[in-house]
Ligand binder design. Structure first.
Ligand SMILES: [Zn+2]
Ligand SMILES: [Zn+2]
Length: 97
């Protein structure tokens, strides 16, 4: 019998996911940081532990390598809109002071 790399209990074929050379319950195969349940298609392995793409430990040192143009655009947009928001707030403060 194969046991789950996370909880140690027996894994039956119906609930098994085989990743990083280990067997996991589908529910036990989650990100080590945020516990988000992962699939064989969206996990990142680091030192034989699964992570989601957000908590990929390798991202901490090589962030730019993993950034797609879409992500960069989204960041620029959110930064721009937050700047606009703070300008509005400042303007209102001036009016009421
Ligand atoms: Zn398990
Ligand atoms: Zn995570």
């Amino acid at each position: 019998m194969q046991s789950c790399a996370r909880c140690g209990f027996v894994v039956y074929p119906a609930e098994k996911i085989n990743c990083i050379d280990q067997n996991w319950h589908k529910a036990c195969f989650h990100c080590d940081v945020c516990k988000m349940v992962l699939t064989a298609n969206n996990f990142v392995s680091h030192k034989k532990r699964p992570y989601c793409s957000v908590h990929n430990p390798r991202n901490n040192t090589f962030t730019s390598v993993y950034e797609t143009p879409i992500n960069i655009n989204a960041k620029k947009q959110s930064k721009a809109s937050s700047e606009v928001g703070s300008h509005h707030r400042t303007a209102r403060l001036f009016v009421y002071c």
